[in-house]
Design a protein around this ligand. Structure first.
Ligand SMILES: C[S@@+](CC[C@H](N)C(=O)[O-])C[C@H]1O[C@@H](n2cnc3c(N)ncnc32)[C@H](O)[C@@H]1O
Length: 492
């Protein structure tokens, strides 16, 4: 691709300047975006109250379509949601529905997602004028969430992209060291590796963190797109013939990067229009079982996140043995230097829902202490001992995560848990029921059960032979009882 005269600056400058002028002239307005666009135009308080009273009367789960519940949220692009792909992303409409309910949170309240992934809840929370806290075990997820929720002036991005383009054109050979990607040559053609190295070198010398991270997220998408991994699958599986390749046999790496930056720049413009430069998303750690005090960068605070400091939690935890987040991110983690070849295993071991355990761990049938789950686990053990350890470990680790969520939630605060049931070895594994029981054990009372069909989460199309495809998700709303209330319930 010819680079001269086709820089990102030239392409988007006119648009971007018009946008910036509009933004500055409205700089006093805080509640709506620069263009007067209100990302939260309607309340869902009454709809939610009706659903809760129906649940109180019948005790039954209600089938809903979250897309229909918030029809003003159009399908497709919204602010920076699509800045990077991520497995099992939450439908933004689910977060939106609960953030629009005044009974659950108000402007300025703290909304936490301890399994934050790529930051869907965090982004919707800042669009709703809440303070967003997010945690995740996957460093790529944290990077994406950080970029998604951080307003960066587009002029600065355009200038940085121009500098990267110049450096890339001038450096014909890569200057830095090769990335620590597992089986690098298996996943990439030699020419592609060279081009990616040149782009990476050109990005890494940028000095402003926010801008560098924006460019790194764009670069990460390209790393996956120009690889020999099948784009239809979330984990890397080598494809026989690549559709991304140009007629000369190689994908045009620079062109891919250029187009990704352009698209993400448009998304950032859109975010700026919606929030008018106001952003407040904070990182609260890499482990949902031990949340840390908030920081504005990716430093892990030595202090724990305060007891009863959070108003609302909305989260979609991992499924038991059903999604391989670290494996799915492995190429990007290596290219970005977020985890080298040896660093992937420890990250996987820190992830709830993981699948790999040593043979020694499944010689005896594991137990979780949760009777209903243990009965199923016993049956699974007879068919496949490894699977029984996977699901038992999941229950035990989710117990610790729910305990931590309860600790940080204020009395009267709410938890929205989005989770699917699946089958393990042909047996029903009702994660939603088990997690609900754990929640009750820690003093969270169930107020509402909803069921939504999964259409958009890119979930688990190709999973191991012992598990089924998940097509419905359960959305459970809990309230943390006040201490007095809890004592009364315990006495009865
Ligand atoms: C279903 S995904 C969340 C997707 C997210 N809602 C989104 O829209 O992108 C579950 C997430 O839990 C994370 N996770 C797994 N174990 C964790 C742990 N111990 N602490 C925090 N996050 C963890 C995974 O890395 C994954 O990103």
């Amino acid at each position: 691709m010819e680079l001269k005269g086709r820089g990102i600056v030239n392409l988007d400058e006119a648009n971007f300047r018009a946008h910036n002028e509009a933004e500055q002239s409205n700089s006093d307005e805080k509640s709506v975006g620069a263009t007067g666009f209100n990302p939260y135009p309607e309340h869902t308080t009454q709809t939610l109250a009706d659903m809760i009273s129906r649940y109180e009367r019948t005790g039954r789960a209600q089938n809903v379509s979250f897309r229909d519940l918030v029809p003003w949220v159009k399908m497709g692009e919204r602010a920076t949601h699509y800045i990077h792909s991520y497995p099992a992303k939450l439908l933004p409409q689910i977060a939106h529905f609960f953030l629009s309910a005044q009974s659950l949170s108000k402007e300025g309240d703290i909304v936490l997602d301890p399994f934050g992934g790529s930051g869907t809840v965090a982004l919707e929370a800042i669009l709703a004028g809440r303070k967003a806290y997010y945690a995740d075990a996957n460093p790529l997820a944290r990077l994406i969430a950080g970029v998604k929720t951080r307003c960066v002036q587009t002029e600065a991005i355009i200038q940085a992209a121009d500098r990267v383009e110049r450096r890339y054109s001038n450096a014909r050979i890569p200057t830095g060291s090769a990335p620590s990607v597992v089986n690098l040559e298996y996943w990439y053609e030699p020419e592609v590796i060279k081009s990616l190295c040149r782009i990476k070198d050109a990005i890494e010398v940028e000095t402003d963190c926010a801008i560098k991270n924006f460019l790194r997220v764009s670069f990460s998408s390209v790393c996956r797109k120009v690889s020999l991994a099948d784009p239809r699958l979330s984990v890397p599986v080598r494809i026989k013939t690549s559709t991304t390749h140009a007629p000369d046999g190689f994908p045009d790496v620079w062109k891919g990067f250029y187009s990704q930056v352009s698209n993400n720049l448009r998304r950032m413009q859109n975010l700026l229009q919606m929030v008018n430069g106001f952003d407040s998303a904070f990182y609260v750690g890499d482990n949902a079982r031990s949340l840390r005090a908030p920081t504005a960068n990716f430093d892990l605070s030595p202090e724990a996140l305060g007891d009863k400091s959070v108003d609302l939690i909305i989260t979609s935890p991992p499924y038991a043995g059903a999604q391989k987040y670290i494996r799915a991110s492995s190429l990007s983690l290596g290219w970005l230097g977020l985890a080298n070849k040896d660093g992937l295993k420890p990250l996987e071991n820190a992830s709830i829902g993981r699948e790999h355990f040593p043979t020694s761990s499944h010689r005896e049938c594991p137990q979780t202490g949760l009777d209903v789950a243990d009965r199923i686990i016993k049956r699974i053990f007879k068919v496949n001992p490894l699977r029984s350890v996977i699901v038992a470990t999941y229950i035990i680790e989710m117990d610790a995560a729910i305990k931590e969520m309860t600790r940080v939630l204020r009395p009267g605060g709410h938890l929205v848990l989005v989770i699917g049931n699946n089958e393990v070895c042909g047996l029903p594994f009702k994660s939603s029921e088990y997690l609900a029981l754990i929640c009750e054990k820690y003093g969270l009372s169930l107020k509402l059960k909803l069921i939504d069909e999964i259409k958009s989460r890119g979930l688990m199309t190709k999973r191991n032979k012992t598990a089924s495809v998940i097509t419905r998700e359960w959305v459970l709303l809990f309230e943390k009882k006040a201490a007095k209330q809890r004592k009364r319930v315990d006495r009865h």
